[in-house]
Write a protein that binds this ligand. Sequence first.
Ligand SMILES: [Zn+2]
Ligand SMILES: [Zn+2]
Length: 1002
Amino acid sequence: MRNIQIYKNMFNFPENEQKILKFWEKNKIFEKLREKNQGKPRWSFLDGPITANNPMGVHHAWGRSYKDLLQRYKAMKGFDQRYQNGFDCQGLWVEVEVEKELGFKNKKDIEKYGIDKFVEKCKERVKKYSEIQTKQSIRLGQWMDWENSYYTMSDENNYAIWHFLKKCWEQGLLYKGRDSVPWCPRCGTAISQHEILTEEYKLIIHRAIYFKLPILSKGFSSQGGPASGWEKTSFLVWTTTPWTIPANVALVVNPDFDYGIFEADGKRLILLKNLAKNILGKEFKLKKTIKGKTLKGLKYQGPFDDLERVKTARDEKAETFHTVVLDKDLVTETEGTGIVHTAPGAGEEDFEIGKRENLAVIDVIDESAFYLDKMNEFSGKSAKENPEIIFDYLKEYKEGEFFYKLEDYEHRYPTCWRCKQELVWRVVDEWYVSMEKIREPLVNIAKKINWIPEFGLDRELDWLKNMQDWLISKKRYWGLALPIFECEKCKNFEVIGSKEELQKRAIDGWEDFEGHSPHKPWIDSVKIKCKKCGEAVSRIKDVGNPWLDAGIVPFSTMGYFSEKNQWKKWFPVELVCESFPGQFKNWFYSLLVMSAVLEETGPVKTIFGYATVHDEKDEPMHKSKGNAIWFDDAAEKSGVDPIRWICAKQNPAENLRFGYNILDEAQKKLLVLYNVYSFFDTYTKGGKTFNEESRLNSNNILDKWILSKIHHLAGVAEFNFDKYNIAKAVFAIEDFFINDLSLWYIRRSRKRFHENSPDKEEAINTLYYVLLNFTKIIAPVMPFFAEEMYQTLCLNSKSQNPNPKSEMPESVHLCDWPNLKENSQTDLELEEGMDEARSLVNLILAERASKFIKVRQPIASVKIKSKNLKIKNKEELLELIKEETNIKEIIFDSKSPANEKIELELDTKITKELKEEGITREIIRHIQDMRKKAGLKPSDEISVFFFSDEELNKILKDNKQQILKEIKIKDFYFNQETNINFDFKKEAEVDDKKILLSIKKQ
Ligand SMILES: [Zn+2]
Ligand SMILES: [Zn+2]
């Protein structure tokens, strides 16, 4: 960037922002804005709730910047809006933090402490962090009705979900299922499929085991002896989860694969032939190859057959116990032994196979993953933390007959999204919303929504097509009390849809509950009468999946239950905006489901998603990694406008790199803009009347051009903001203020703003008009910076313009979006011509540089050969090129190259006159530079003293008049001509010669 000076310390972003915050508050600007737009056409925004569990990180600033930007923009366009912020309050994330605070290790600690006290602690935490986040959001410049935020823990929100669940029940969608589910041993609850995101799979090294299972007989062995031909033969089996071996009930092989029988020392092992080489020792020799299907129905002995739990299972389902079954999909040829250990009580696919093959389910662990009773020495021991107990047992059992070997195995393994513990699988009773009936309607709803980025639709459809039923229960404490009442006697269950209904149905415990929020433990006092058998029935103990809490907000917060007519005015909402990783399975999904069940329609017209914030090296930010940046730190160091600027400029489909170097870069760019404003401020202080009409009268080509540009910019920004192409709009804004306004318009117009310039008034009026409109265009993106600049422009204008008709609103945020369409000043031909002129300038300067001719050295002419140049006859533009490139004449050559290429020919001959002119220019520049450094005003007169050789002296003498004229010099002296005591000295190099310059103010 040429000629741009960065006055880094001249503008303090954080300080300015604090000043503006006070200004907004004192003058109630936000309140005035809402008043201004009240009753006008609506633009319905719905805030996705932020988890009120910690102070904000910079990643929160990304989404909040978008939300505020769009709401401010829509407000400038005159839309009436809801400004309700939301806090997400219930769920495991809060519980885990409170557990940490209290030093709890597991659920037993919570129960000992008291569920009521624990739930109160959770509420307190939410209150604390919602207050902190409110303050931080205000600091970010987000304009919300902060007194009126919604909380998902509110009675209103919880009862609204009751209503939804009752609808589900009435539509036959709600059921209790016994299923194998991913389970967190620390949190003691099922983790739903929705919650296991790709990033929850961690690369973990496990101890894998190869173990042997001796073949018993074909057809169950009432005789006990091995089946004929299979004596001394064992299956070789492999697993990475040794704790599940006691739960084994079957083996799976692929019917079409080739299995080998290998022998060494009279003992035989069966495994997939192709995998044997890497697993077995050299002593093993292949005896026979057989197809997997010939193994079907073979029975085998297990190492844990003496445990009571295992015996019970064998007695229950003797037919299928410890049997080989077939499956084509489950067995791979790439890992393990090709014989898959199957434990329906401890694995998801195992459970599916178990259902198909009528296998027994052996539960072996409790909710903390400790072995259950009736398991001898294993009972009460942690299954997950001590794989050695299984290894040691197998090494010793029957003299190691079942043990083969151990190895380290690295793989991606799912962990708890909240506490990062490795998950296990358990078969438990949980509650589900069936997806079968609503899958199709959901797909149709999703297709009608405008997804940004576009791939959002594919991701959502992919999820909707593949998702299983929605697991909505959690065996926890702080959350929605699922309103399901299940009769222990007759197993009938009912769903209660409201507080009133519960009160009506209550036969006991209402007094204990009344006055409390509908949470555990208070809600659990209430009993109703079973409609079938008359028994007193309690609520099930479970709480709800937290995405129920956030999915209901288009109904609970917008008056669906209290003022349905109002609700209809705001539903469906225009836009929601959240970080997309995870939300296709979670919030976006729950929004769709709840709206589909309640209203059979989509809840929102546009879903705007954005990716994740990374650090400067493109690594994900993590508190534990130490590369996370807290919002407060970034805001106080760099100010929030630069943060907002970076966020707005980012392509939302891609991860946003963020860090202090990136913030510095953004600040530097914004300071270019600041310098433009302060330039304007400098030249208008002391009085200038801005006449709206005079701008139209300027005949200056630069004025006409910049007016055309600003009119264009307003249109481009509007078009892109309307389409939520925020980054595109912001790039256009940046291009305008750096490349057009600062680097070209201001730089080329600088002299016109000087005191005696003949068209100073046109220049100032034009710049004022441009800046005023530009300030409005950037107001939604950088509300503080825009306000500061607007106030400066206002002051300059108001003091001089007593006409009440032209009174400006007191804040830029009370201005309308600049409607420059009418009375448009756009001039496409001029813009194209200017583009051409600027690219010619660049070509000529490059050509000069390649020939080592400084720009300050005038050149006689340039010959331009080109076919399609439009500016051949545009004198004003050609003048600009000449000035900018310091060339006396431009000649267009008719013999042009055939293609689009432009060829240049510089006249590089430097005549005596040209050389003298160059030297004179250079000396003028040095003196001006000295004047500036000495802090002299343009009007101050000086004397100059030169000390150099005869040749230079002569040149200066010959050009004396020009020098005197250009830089207000009273007189100048050479060498020893004077004994004036000069104030400022400078040594410079001109034309390869040293020259000493001194100046003195007169
Ligand atoms: Zn957990
Ligand atoms: Zn009953």
